[in-house]
Design a protein around this ligand. Structure first.
Ligand code: HEC
Length: 149
């Protein structure tokens, strides 16, 4: 009887481990689609920021900058080795050949959004600030790491 209970306990432990493992593991499709969705969201928010800043709505723009910054940090985990192709990815192989450089650009883009949220409080030229701390990072990364579209 005791023996049986032990076996059942062990089985339950093994079963719950497998469950939590498969719950954490995202499929290649989920990862590629997930990163595309985050880049698209960033783009939508960047356009909203431009519109808001045209009418000097600084306080409304700030949370969107934080959101973009946070997405960039999440994106660092969205380029594992097994997601180089498939699902219409526009990611170039150069990402995995230069992972440190790619990650550094991602982190810079994230930090610059926080800097931008500060800069707009005092900046006289909001357009120039956006160009320097937001838009320039998109092209810097795309020119090397994203397929032309
Ligand atoms: C550090 C690199 C990096 C930065 C910074 C970056 N991107 Fe990208 N972006 C990529 C990569 C790589 C892809 C391709 C992802 C894929 O298709 O798997 C991409 C894809 C996209 C897409 C297409 C998403 C889709 O649905 O296919 C859009 C839109 C986009 N980026 C906009 C932007 C904008 C706007 C900025 C700046 C505000 C930006 N990105 C900053 C690397 C970057």
């Amino acid at each position: 009887m005791i023996q049986k209970i032990k076996i059942i306990k062990i089985l339950i432990i093994i079963f719950s481990f497998t469950l939590s493992f498969s719950a954490n593991a995202q499929t290649v499709e989920e990862i590629i689609k997930g990163r595309k969705a985050m880049f698209s969201e960033n783009y939508q928010n960047a356009k909203k920021i431009s519109i808001l800043l045209k009418s000097k709505r600084i306080e409304e723009a700030k949370p969107l900058m934080k959101k973009i910054s946070d997405n960039y940090i999440k994106l660092l985990d969205y380029f594992p080795e097994n997601t180089k192709e498939g699902f219409k990815t526009g990611a170039l192989p150069s990402i995995w050949e230069n992972k440190d450089e790619f990650n550094a650009l991602m982190k810079k883009a994230s930090e610059d959004m926080i800097k931008l949220a500060k800069a707009i409080e005092t900046s006289e030229d909001l357009r120039a600030a956006q160009k320097e701390l937001m838009w320039s990072n998109c092209s810097a990364c795309h020119s090397k790491f994203r397929a032309p579209h």
